[in-house]
Structures are given as structure tokens and as C-alpha cells.
Design a protein around this ligand. Sequence first.
Ligand SMILES: [Zn+2]
Length: 580
Amino acid sequence: MQNNLTFLFYALWCAMMMTLTSCKPNANVDEKVADLILYNAYIYPVTGDPIPNGAIVIHGGKIVTLGPTQEILKIWESRSGETRDCSGAFLMPGFIEGHGHFSGLGENLMQLDLLATKSWQEIVDSVAVRAQKSNPGEWIIGRGWHQEKWMTPVENNVNGYPKHDLLSAVSSQHPVMLFHASGHALFANMAAMEAAGITKETPDPSGGRILRDGAGNSIGVFEENAMNLIWKVYQEIDDKLPAEERVNRWYQAISLAQSHCLSYGITSFQDAGSTFEEIERYQSLAEQDSLNLRLWVMLRKPYDEIKDHMDGFPIIRAGKDLFTCRAIKAAMDGALGSYGAWLLEPYTDNPGFVGQNTTSIEEIDLMAQLAMNKGMQMCVHAIGDRGNREVINVYEKEIKAHPEKQDLRWRIEHAQHLNPADMPRFKQLGIIASMQGIHCTSDAPFVVKRLGEKRSSEGAYAWRSLLDLGVIIANGTDAPVERVDPIPNYYASVTRKRLDNGQEFYHEQAMTREEALYSYTLGNAFAGFEEDIKGSLEPGKWADLVLLSQNLLTCPEDSIPETSVLLTMMGGAIRYEKNR
Ligand SMILES: [Zn+2]
């Protein structure tokens, strides 16, 4: 019986498919052959010249053709389902985030964003709103507050900080943990302190401080290592949550990250490190056509945990080119700010100390061999000049051992501080420098302190030197370390100026506007072997594009930060539109 039924369904399915396929070509001949024309736009295709008053024809999610508006409309207007006037706006390929942390970004978005808060009262109010919307006992987590930004002074303050009373009063049923913008302190309410068993008697842990009032009671502020007293309680509770709840939260985070990126004109995201479980989930989302942006992901796990589990890798272009995992991520060193970057010579402001090697060279070499065997890319985090040199040495050894393998496109993530002698090696070995424009200006206040004038001027975020050598630079934000918004990153890439105080960091290493746009589109596509399907506006490529409020090539430099996204399209579908 079941077999008969199966056969019946199969026969019906075949009949249906035959009708569909046999009808389709005929229908296309006299019906519309384009889905949409965007016209009257300043088109910057990235490859080829800009088209000042241009139009682009889209069908089946892909670009059919583009050219001057008049010519395109004459041929295509009657053959298209829809036309849309762009009123002179700037049309370019969708931004490709070149190095970020997708689920981390989503998790961040689930927390209270306190970056823009201008008073303690404003923070208390936003916690109160969140408390009303959440179940009793649920933790409220926020980040980004900074007491120096408060416009109204705090009464009865301790070292400029308020006491927790107001905060605790609006959140008695919810433990609250609010991280300082620096990440080096947190504010806890009474419920959180009770959960952590904090009393007058709790001592300051080594390397940390609990701020106290005159009577010795905690005011709610926990600095440095003292943050762990609160954080570990949250972590323990979180670890005990049913797996299903955590998985649901992950999906929620992914969906938030996705719409957030689309609202900033990002149509593809290169994720700098996911687990096997995450990769599996992304792949099935892609296969169900349930991703609204394209993901390109690096697998991040220690060598021992991946060496016997690489069946099925690489995963290339799952779904409609929605998901790829063809890279392995590792880290050679730490970051400059915390003296983790591994240097050839000691830190200028920490004599005798050269930083940290965080994964052994032997392990990174084993991973490189694995990547070579599997036909995958290597993406190693390196910030210091020693860290970078060691990664290049490993790459060189493996590349020379396999002359039969060409065009590997192995990457160094960050490539921040380079010894000039190593720069030509990027070009010689075809290594991609995967850099973050905005890190340059964010770090500007402390780079010279750490490295001194010579190393800073010769090798810090040395975009110009690398580009002049013909090295491909991929560009990104490392979100959620920085905001994922491409516009401030583009501004930093072309000006090397901070937005808040105008401080400029070795302007001679800036990118031109064309170079910066290339690094954020076709450069990133190339860095993931995807330049044949996206990264520029060319016939046959996906219609992944963004419409911006002003011309990023010609607008005055100071006005770049005011640029806004009017529309984001991925695969021919509008995924974001301003004021809709
Ligand atoms: Zn990162």
C-alpha cells in the first residue's frame, strides 16, 4: 500500500515538473524577461568605470546587464516586471565583512546596548524597561556604559560611580550585569551580588577591586579580576540551561546578526571562527534557503579536535551560494593593547617583554598540513611582527613543500604590525592580509607607546606599503569588537583619523577610496575564492548590492560618516529598506 502511494506521489511530482519545465521557456518568450530594473543611480561597479546615471537589470537573483539609464530603459523597460528610480543615489556591490564573529555579534545584540547612554538615570531606565519584559530570575546583561560620558553628575558618588540602589530598585527580580565600555569593569545590582554571595566581608581578589562605600559595602562596581565574582555565577547558571534553550538562543542571535548586518548594507559575512555544531546549523539553514546573507566561515578548534573530523570538508557554496566553510582558523599571538602581540623586540613601554605565543608553531604547522591536504585555506591570527613572521615561515614551508598546489590564498588575520622585511613575502607567497581599517584608529592612542616611533611608522597597519607591493588586503571590523557598520571603517581606511578627536595615525599609509571599496567588496570576495560570483556588479554575478545616500568616491571626506544605507539587496531580493 505504502509503495503504491509513494509511486503515485512520485508520478504526480514528475507530471507536475514536466508541465512546469515544458511551459517555462514559452512563457518567457512573450512575458517579462527581467524582474527588476534599478535606474537613475550613480553606479560604482568596482570593476570598470563608474556609470554616473546608470541602470542595472536583475533577473533570477542575478545581474543581467548594466549601463547608462537611457540605453537600458530603451531596451529593457517593457520587458521588466518592475522598475525603480534611485534618484541619483550611490549604487555599489553589497559590503562583504572580511573578518567578524557572526554569532558573537548576534549575542551582543541580545544584550542591552548602553554605548549611547548619557546619564546613570538613562541606564537605570533601560534596565527597568528590560526587566518588565523579562521573566523574573532572568539575567539582564548590558554593555557599553562609560561614566565619563554622563552629562549629569552623580550624587553621593564613589570615585565618580553611583551606588547600586536606583538600579537595584528597578530590577529586584533580575540579576543585572552591565559591562563598562572598556570591558575592564562591570556594574552589578543587588540581586546579582546576592546570587554571587557578595558581602561586606568578601575580600578583593588579586588583580581586582570591589568598590565600596564608607561602611565597606559594595556599591556594585567590580573592576578587573573582581568581575569574575559575578560573571562566574552567570556562567554556571548558563551552563546548566537545557541544550534546547541554548540552541534556540543561538538561532535568535543569528537572526538578529543577520538583520543588523543587512541594515548596514552587508550582504556577505566572513566569520572568523565557528564550531562544528555551528557550521552544521549554518549549512542546513543554507540548504533550506533560510539565510538572507551569504556566510563564509572559518572552522576554529584546536588541531587535536579537528584532525580526525574533517570528513565532509571543505563545504563550498551550500544552498544558492549561501554558505561556505573552506578555511581553518588559529591564533599565533594575542593583542597589542594587552601586551599579547608577539614582537621581535621588546615593548617600548614594557622593557624585556615581547608578548605571547598563544598556539605553538608546531601545532599551527600541523594545521597548515591538514589544510593543504584538504584543499582548505589557512587563516592565522597574528598581530605582532614576530607573530606575523612565524606565520609566514609556516606558510612558506608548506607552500614550498607542495609546488603542485597553486593559488592557495592563505590569509593572515589582522597582520597589524609588520617588519618591513616581511612585507614582500606576502606578495611572493600570495598571502592575503586580512586587516581591519577601524582597528588602526581605535588603537592609535596606544600604538606608539607600545612600539615606539620607528616600528609604528614603518609597519603599523601598513596598508600603503602592502598595496604598493601588490598584496591583496581584505577589510573588516572584527565585530563585535568594533561596530559592524562599514562606513566608520571605510572612513578610517581612507583617512586614518579618529572620529571623536580627529587624531591622525600616519596618514601616508591610508588607502585611496577606490582601494578601500575594493578591499571591502571584491578584495574580500577574492580572499574567500568567491570573486566569480560576487564583489562587483557584473553580468552573471549575484545581485548583492547596496544603495547609499551619497557618493563614497566624491563626497567631502568629513561627510563620509553621515552616509546612510537606503536599500540592501541580496540575491535580487530587497532585504533592508530605510524607513520601511
Ligand atoms: Zn576576530
